[in-house]
Design a protein around this ligand. Sequence first.
Ligand code: SF4
Length: 610
Amino acid sequence: MTDAAASDKSSTDLLPARMLNEFAYCPRLFYLEWVQGEWEDSADTIEGRYHHRRVDRPGGAAPMWAERSESDHPPPDGPDTESSRGEPQGDDADAGADSPIRARSVLLSAPRLRLIARIDLLEGEGLNVTPVDYKRGEVPDTPEQSWEPDRVLLCAQGLILRENGFSCHKGMLYYVASRRRVEVPFTPELEARTLELVQQALEVAEAGQIPPPLVDSPKCPRCSLVGICLPDETNLLKAGVPSLSGPGETTRSDEGSDHAGTEPEVRRLFPARSDAMPLYVQEQGAQVRRSGERVVVSIRGETRADVRVLDISQVCLIGNVQISAQALRDLAGRGIPICHFSYGGWFTALTTGLTNKNVELRCRQFETAANPQRSLELARRFVAAKILNSRVLLRRNHTDRPEEALDALARLAEEARAATSVESLLGIEGTAARIYFSHFKGMLKPPQTSAGELGFDFEGRNRRPPRDPVNALLSYAYSLLVKDFTVTLLAVGFDPYLGFYHRPKWGKPALALDMMEEFRPIIADSVVITVINNGEITRSDFVVGAGGTALTEPGRRRFIAAYERRLATLVRHPVFGYSVSYRRVFEVQARLLGRYLLGEIPEYPGFVTR
Ligand code: SF4
C-alpha cells in the first residue's frame, strides 16, 4: 500500500476518493483494498507510482481556506502541503503550461459527505479551483475521452473542495503517455452518480460481505489484485465443480496433455511463475547488507552475491549468517520475509513486515478452528489429498508397481474423506503412511558407485534426528516446505500457527503443516527421489555422527537448487486446467482456503495430481 493510501486509510470513517474510483471499477476490488487491506503491485501500479512521484510530494503554495459555506462544517486540519511556492517544471509544466501551480498532493476532507481525498494537483485563482488528476496511460478512446471511475474520482474531489468553500465546476485528467489534458465538467448527472456511488460503497463496506467477482470481465486481466481475487476460479467453484479428484475421476496432471477435454476452462489471469526467487545464504560467517536497490552478500569483505531487491521473494539465512538492521527493516517493509534456519536446517524464525491487514480472514480462521465439525471437514480434505498424491508418486516411480498398496491407498483416501473424527483420521493417515513408506525404497534407483554399491538404503521413516541419508533428505525437504507454507500463509493473511488438523503447539506452524500435507509427496518426497536417482546427491554429501545424519554444505546447496527447481516446475492445476508453477499453486491453494473460510466457495479444493 502506498504511503498516501496508508494515510488515507487512517481516517477509517471517511471514504478516500481513490477508493471510490476502485468501487466504480469493481465493488470487489474496493472491498479487497479498503475493507480487507489487500494490496499487490502490478507492472501498471509500479509505473503509475513512478509517474505520480512528483505530485505525490507535497509542494507549492497552499490555497487559503475559503469562507465556510456552512458554519457547522469546520475546516479540516489544513492542507497538507509545503508553504513554498513551486515553480512549474518537468511533469507539472506538461500538466498546465498556462496555469500557475497552486499546490501538489493536497489532503482535504468533507465529513458531511464522508469523503477525503489527496488531490494530485490543485490549480486556480482565489476561490476558483480545479483539481488535476494524473493518469499513467493514454487518453482513452471513449466519447468522453475518459473512464467513468476517473470522472467520479475527480468529481468527488470537486465536491470536497466545494465543502471547503471553494468554487469548483470542472476537473482535469492529465494523461502522461499522451501528455494531454482532458476536461471533465461536473454536470448534475456526474455529481448525482458520484454521490450515489459514495452511498453504495459505504453500504458495501458496512455490510461486511465481499461482493462477488465479476463474471468473465475484460476488467480482470488489468486488475492488480487479480491473483488475490481469483475471479474465474471463485466463480467456477461457487458453481460446485468437483474439486477433489481420486483415482479414475477426471483430473489433470503435470505430465502434458494426458487429461480428458471435458473440464471447464478458466482464464489464468496472473503470471504462471513469479520472477522473484528466494535468496539462500548458507556460507557460515556471511554478511547480508543493503546497497541502494540491491542486496549484497559478502564474506570477509569479498562480495559473493549482488542481487536486485526486485528479484528476491524471500531471504533464507542458514546458520551463522549476519544481516544488517537496515537490510532487515527494508526487506521486511517491502513484504520480503527473512527466514532463519539453524545450521542443521531447522526452520527456527521468521521476520516479516506489517504487511497484511486482512483481519477479517484471521477472524474466520479462528472461528473455524474453534468449530470441530468444520475443522474436521478441512482435515479430511488435507489428508485424503495427501494419501492420493502419495499413491500417485508410488504409481509413477516404483520400479515394480505395487498394486496391492495402490489399492489400499485408494481405499484409505475414501475412508479419510468419510472420517467421523480426528482420531479416526489420524489412524487412517498413519496406516497410509506405513504402507507408502514401506514401498518408498522401491522408488529409489541411485546410480551405482565405483565400489559397486547403491549407497542409499531406506528401512522406514525416522527423524529428530534422522538416522540415515534418505531420512535426512526427507526431513530437510519438509523443513523447506514448512518454511514456504508459513511464508505463503502469512502473505495471504492467515495466522500460520492455528491449524484445523494439527493442533496448536508452541512454535509449531500448525496451519502450514495442514496445508503442506497434500504437497509432501509431490514436492518434498519427489525432490528426494530425484536427487538420489539422478546422482545429484551421493553418500559423500552426508556427515553421519552421534547427533544424526546431516547434509554437507555443498550437498545442501545442490539439494536446495533441486527443491527450487521443483517449485518452479509448471503443473496443470487439477481443477482449473491452466499451468502454473508449484510455488504459485501454494498461493492459489492458500487463497482458496481463504475463499472457503469467508464463505465464498462451498468447499476447499484439495490439490491432487494424477
Ligand atoms: S479481478 Fe476482476 S472481479 Fe476481481 S477485483 Fe479485480 S476487477 Fe474485480
